[in-house]
Design a protein around this ligand. Structure first.
Ligand code: HEM
Ligand code: HEM
Length: 181
């Protein structure tokens, strides 16, 4: 495999970058749908944007699984975290990106309702409800979602801090700079 595709100790490779920026865009859309929901419920815009929330969320679930696998494959050849806090911060981002859609999909299954995204039937539905699957999602999905948004804002803030402050190492080129070896 070409080495620009994989990560190296001084920059992220093509696949990590596609996953990082592609998921950032989709998560941006996801938070747009929830913000419209909160501020303009039942408007025409809300009807359209909210109609995409479950499908985009399911796509994000698939992408985070691929991202975890890719991170494991590249674990010995990724740029080292600048500090323990940065390493922990990235771990929490990963955990939230995994748990949030997982709880929602478990809730969806437990509701007993049929579920299809992008014309693909994922759950066929059944009579009744499994409360052990719906309760965790009802309790935590939304709150953890807003927590992820706060963490993302912090993550962007730290990237800009490292970039602007002369005494810090600029890490943006690792994720957005030239891809040459
Ligand atoms: C939805 C939004 C975002 C999420 C969930 C996210 C998450 C992550 C995660 C988990 C990493 C660790 C490497 C990886 O596995 O990809 C990372 C790295 C990085 N992200 Fe983001 N990110 C987001 C948006 C952004 C944005 C908007 C910027 C630019 C300001 C940015 C800049 C970076 C940089 C520079 C790194 C490399 C950090 C280093 O190696 O120390 N991220 N991001
Ligand atoms: C990473 C992906 C996802 C993110 C970041 C996310 C984020 C959020 C947030 C922040 C809320 C709260 C909105 C409010 O306060 O009114 C919410 C609500 C909701 N989400 Fe998601 N979501 C994701 C994936 C999914 C998936 C995959 C489904 C279903 C299959 C789903 C179904 C729902 C439903 C039904 C609600 C309204 C009930 C509730 O607040 O729990 N979401 N989502």
């Amino acid at each position: 495999m070409s080495s620009t595709v994989q990560d190296s100790t001084y920059r992220y490779g093509l696949i990590s970058r596609c996953l990082h920026w592609g998921m950032a865009l989709l998560l941006g859309w996801q938070f747009f749908t929830t913000t419209v929901r909160v501020l303009m419920e039942d408007s025409a815009l809300d009807e359209f944007t909210w109609g995409t929330h479950k499908a985009v969320g399911t796509l994000l679930m698939t992408l985070i699984l691929l991202r975890v696998i890719w991170a494991l494959i590249n674990s010995r050849q990724r740029p080292p975290a600048l500090s323990m806090a940065a390493r922990l911060g990235h771990w929490v981002l990963y955990a939230l990106m995994l748990i949030i859609p997982l709880l929602a999909l478990l809730r969806q299954y437990g509701s007993g309702r049929e579920f299809a995204v992008f014309g693909l039937q994922l759950m066929s539905g059944f009579e009744g409800e499994i409360e052990a699957l719906t309760a965790p999602g009802n309790l935590l999905h939304g709150w953890l979602g807003w927590t992820l948004l706060a963490m993302i804002i912090g993550h962007i803030g730290m990237t800009l801090y490292h970039r602007r402050k002369a005494t810090e190492q600029d890490v943006l080129p690792r994720m957005a700079g030239k891809l040459n070896d």
